[in-house]
Design a protein around this ligand. Structure first.
Ligand SMILES: NC(=O)c1ccc[n+]([C@@H]2O[C@H](COP(=O)([O-])OP(=O)(O)OC[C@H]3O[C@@H](n4cnc5c(N)ncnc54)[C@H](OP(=O)(O)O)[C@@H]3O)[C@@H](O)[C@H]2O)c1
Length: 230
């Protein structure tokens, strides 16, 4: 039977890739995001291109009841979720104490930490009962280092990686897995949204849809460049 993937931030850069990759396996998708219009457009595109079913849930993931709303909407409509992809997230820069507002940082914590945690809390018991299911939490390479001037963003990704690793261990033997994806700089809407376009890091950003061979060539050339500098 084909699997259904619920993908948050579905029309963003990485989200679009997850949607396309999953739909290409003939799997159905539940598209989650803020803009109903963008979700409607994506639904039409996915259904037409891949002949799969696409459902949409329009919700602001920074709100406290977003996860419960998503879970209840799935239940109400009889949409069974096999894969939960906690992809939506955003960054932003500025001095923590002197520049960034309380709202800036707390809404980031809500989208990057609280809602993914709530979604895991709601969906995992069902996955365990069924003996199958997968969670993919989109973390970042930012998870493994502190990020001055992006203190909260880096910390949110540390949380997500640590959380995922711990859940993976707790779920051993249940048939359910939790994975953290830790990408580096990618060409998506992320840098623009977070006001990070001028950062050196994004000069080498790669396309998340980069073909495999090009990706390998890139990694290889980066490694050679790295060893040549030593
Ligand atoms: N791009 C990178 O360099 C990079 C590197 C490492 C990790 N990541 C992670 O990858 C994930 C995907 O980001 P991306 O690179 O694909 O960036 P993106 O193109 O900006 O996509 C982010 C998605 O999240 C959604 N989103 C943000 N806040 C939301 C909210 N309050 N409610 C509902 N949806 C919301 C956005 O929708 P709206 O457009 O409606 O806001 C958008 O669809 C994020 O978790 C990010 O931290 C990105």
């Amino acid at each position: 039977m084909q699997k259904t993937a619920l993908i948050t931030g579905s029309y963003g850069g990485l989200g679009t890739c997850f949607v396309e990759l999953h739909a290409a396996t003939h799997g159905d998708v539940i598209l989650v995001g803020r803009s109903k219009e963008k979700l409607e457009q994506q639904k039409q595109y996915v259904e037409k291109t891949y002949s799969v079913s696409a459902h949409i849930i329009s919700v602001d993931l920074s709100t406290e009841d977003a996860a419960q709303f998503i879970f209840d909407t799935c239940k109400l409509n009889g949409w069974s979720v096999d894969y939960l992809i906690n992809n939506a997230g955003f960054g932003g820069q500025g001095d923590f104490a002197r520049e960034r507002t309380m709202e800036d940082d707390l809404s980031m914590i809500a989208v990057n930490i609280a809602t993914p945690t709530r979604l895991c809390k709601l969906f995992l018991p069902e996955f365990i009962k069924r003996g199958s299911g997968k969670v993919l939490n989109v973390s970042s390479t930012a998870a493994v280092m502190p990020g001055p001037l992006q203190a909260v963003y880096y910390a949110t990704k540390s949380y997500l990686t640590s959380f995922s690793n711990a859940l993976w261990r707790e779920l051993k033997g249940t048939g359910v897995t939790v994975t953290a994806l830790m990408p580096g700089a990618m060409e998506t809407g992320f840098a623009k949204t977070g006001g990070l376009t001028e950062m050196k890091l994004f000069a080498n950003a790669v396309s998340p849809m980069m073909p495999k061979k090009a990706m390998m060539d890139f990694v290889y050339s980066q490694q050679l460049a790295g060893s040549a500098k030593k």
